[in-house]
Design a protein around this ligand. Structure first.
Ligand SMILES: [Zn+2]
Length: 532
């Protein structure tokens, strides 16, 4: 997500969005002081001063230290003043510079549980063009009410709360957010609303999620919201509230919007299994920026612009963001190097909606179109310990999705779709258990009963295309060979006798045809056909 990102749903409608502008980033090489620290929980308690565009309060970070230490290191952008730091309730000395709080402990902290409480305040970084860059978004709705939101996929949690800002560590026991705003506003947040307390001119909203959550989903929104609710029954029979925090001025549109959302979630459950946060809620909140996949409270700013899929209203933006509840939020890459697992498989899920409601041909055509849009300048996976900004490029969406399309063809639908669902519903690859590209590769190799590494290498770790060599041997006889692929692959070959799925390898396959054979007419591969 992104940060950005978003979006792309619309890739399949042939639109690609603007480039990101922000330069803030997170991830990369894990700092040694943070490698020994496992974050268990965040409590974020802040007063929001709308007029001043500032926040103040505290964040408590509960951690388990793997070994004794004299130093605790937390990330926080230099936008604030830090007034006090307590470790296990004792004040400590600290340095706050270069977007980090370095806490110099008086005495060695033993291994085990510790609680770090940081008091701070100031004006958070403001986004210039969200969600393409990150920051706080301070605006008003058309009736003049204040309206605020946050995007942080690239900047990370350190945009506004002290944290270990690395994708490999999510708070296993969730987050409490205690946010105070002027009393005419409503706060939307992750998990379930515990309480609303009014005091004079302000109101405090306590949101709590017990699920593990990525740092960039730990955000809140505030506005003149109505809450429109509808119950959703999951594929496994659990009843989950769907809640739409919609500007009061758009409340009349909410009921139909939730109908569309229900269809979207239902279709994704078919391929990916039960909605991942069934004990809490399905949430969306109206924002002034286009969108972002915030766990259990997705940002929605597509202004109710629907297209038709299968003759019915469809919101591609919302479908894409919801796909991230599985790909990004439930299945999470531990290194941004493997960002394609979020964006590529999520975008593949967008194409599955087309498949479901417009049929196989429309689905295949959507990939034929998207194959023309890849940049193919740098590999999708460029190494390890890559930060978010460096890892982000357009191909993680479309080419990542196309890769799934290819794997589906190679394995065959009857094997691929159950395998995909098995991956996203397996405890080994979900929630607390973060994943890498190697995990995906090993899983699909195992499920298909063959080593798919050469295909992963070609699509993800290189910018090369599959090279298919077609050589005429005599009048109506052709030799078809794979040139840069060590494993045999199925391929549609069209001859004068029609189209047949055949196995092609590097040694070659001989076909007889009075017409020149056509290779992979439906474009299941990114390929180059070389005729001789
Ligand atoms: Zn996305």
């Amino acid at each position: 997500m992104r940060k950005t990102i978003i979006l792309i749903a619309l890739l399949f409608a042939g639109q690609l969005y603007a480039q990101k502008l922000h330069t803030l980033t997170n991830g990369g090489k894990l700092k040694p002081e943070q490698a020994i620290m496992d974050v268990r929980h965040y409590t974020i308690a802040l007063n929001v001063d709308i007029a001043n565009k500032s926040i103040d309060g505290y964040t408590t970070v509960d951690v388990i230290m793997a070994q004794p230490t004299h130093v605790i290191l937390l990330d926080l952008l230099d936008s604030f003043k830090v007034s006090k730091v307590l470790v296990n309730n004792k004040p400590q000395n600290f340095d706050y510079k270069n977007d980090m709080i370095k806490i110099n402990l008086d005495n060695e902290l033993p291994a085990g549980k510790a609680s770090v409480k940081v008091f701070y305040g100031g004006k958070p970084h403001v986004a210039r063009n969200p969600p393409w860059d990150d920051g706080f978004i301070w605006t008003t709705d058309s009736t003049g009410h204040p309206w605020m939101a946050i995007t942080a996929e690239a900047a990370g949690g350190k945009l506004y709360f002290p944290c270990k800002d690395h994708p490999s560590d999510e708070p296993n026991e969730g987050v409490d957010m205690i946010i105070t705003v002027p009393k005419e506003l409503v706060v939307a947040g992750p998990g379930l609303l515990q309480s609303v307390t009014k005091h004079g001119k302000t109101a405090t909203f306590h949101w709590k999620t017990n699920y593990t959550i990525n740092n960039y989903s730990i955000i809140f929104d505030a506005g003149d919201y109505a809450v429109v609710t509808r119950n959703y029954t999951t594929v496994d029979g659990h009843v989950v509230p769907m809640q739409f925090y919609v500007l009061k001025e758009h409340e009349a549109k909410a009921a139909h919007h939730l109908e569309i959302l229900e269809k979207t979630v239902h279709e994704q459950e078919k391929y990916f299994g039960e909605y991942p946060w069934a004990k809490e809620k399905i949430g969306i909140v109206e924002t002034s920026h286009l969108g972002m996949e915030h766990e259990t409270m997705n940002a929605y700013g597509n202004k109710f612009r629907y297209t038709k899929v299968g003759g019915e209203d469809y919101d591609g933006l919302m479908h894409h963001e919801f796909g991230h509840e599985w790909w990004g939020n439930k299945v999470t890459a531990k290194d941004w190097a493997d960002y394609w697992i979020h964006e590529g498989i999520c975008t593949y899920g967008d194409a599955l909606y087309t498949r479901e409601f417009e049929g196989e041909e429309a689905y295949i055509k959507s990939f034929q179109r998207s194959a023309l849009s890849f940049e193919n300048k740098i590999p999708i996976v460029i190494g390890k310990d890559i930060d978010e900004e460096t890892a982000y490029n357009n191909d993680i969406y479309g080419k990542g999705a196309f890769f799934m399309h290819t794997i589906c063809y190679v394995m065959g639908e009857d094997a691929f779709f159950p395998a995909l669902k098995k991956f996203v519903t397996s405890p080994k690859y979900t929630y607390d258990n973060l994943v890498t590209t190697d995990d995906v590769e090993q899983f699909f190799s195992q499920e298909s009963g063959r080593d798919l590494k050469p295909l992963f290498d070609l699509y993800l770790r290189s910018v090369n295309k599959l090279e298919v060599h077609v050589k005429q041997q005599r009048n109506s006889r052709y030799l078809i060979q794979l040139q840069n692929m060590s494993i045999p692959l199925p391929m549609d070959i069209t001859t004068d006798a029609g189209t047949k799925r055949m196995i092609v390898d590097s040694k070659g396959l001989v076909v007889d045809s009075k017409t020149m054979p056509v290779i992979d007419a439906n474009t299941f591969y990114l390929k180059k056909v070389i005729m001789e």
